[in-house]
Design a protein. Sequence first.
Length: 252
Amino acid sequence: MGFYDLNKQERLNLVAEINKNILAELVTSDYKETIRYFADEDTYVRKSAYLSIGKIYHTKEAFRVEIISCLERFFAETDFKIRQTVINAAGEIGKIEFESIRHFFDKGLFDEHHSPRNAVIGSIKKMGEVNPVPVLKWAKLYLHHEDKEIRREICHGIELRGRKYPQDILPLLKELQYDQTARVRNTLVHVIGQISYKKGCIQTVVSHLKLWENKQLVEQALEEIIDVHDRYKDFAVLTQEQAQRYLEDHIS
């Protein structure tokens, strides 16, 4: 029976049980239940496990060393779901403390399976949103990596911080303006659109784009900005027509 096949109280009881069992096994270092949660076929069971790890790490300092040790043991497992859950658990920790879990991301970027790599992107998003300084500093190290997928994943990963604070990621995005790989350029253009439609953001984005040298890419980005104001019209501050007029008035 899946997590959401349970009623609300049953789900609450299961989450409490997961938390209790993980905490107990952190005492004994015998992780029979914990690793079962990390490998569960149900994504919501795995999510409950990594959220529990993050909560324990931040509220019970005495377990921090043991938690990192546990995650390192699990990260060597052959089951990609376990490695994916490790990355997500590390992401919960990294919302507040990045350096202690940085090595999981240095390795996870190159995982042989796409699920842990996708977890890296998701974790960069959630960490970068609330703990941007160390996360963006780390991300910058991979902006020009020889592997095009690494560059694309980093570009995608820093997007969420830019939704509210585009000025924080635009200098990093600028470094990708001459990337020769279509997938990277397409992701770059997509991210520029995604960070342009909330209050005050289009002004910041446009002021930066005016300083970019690659005018062809800037033109693609401007088209994406106009388009995103239609696709996200229920959430955008400006209408598509207002966004287009703003671009016409401020881009010479």
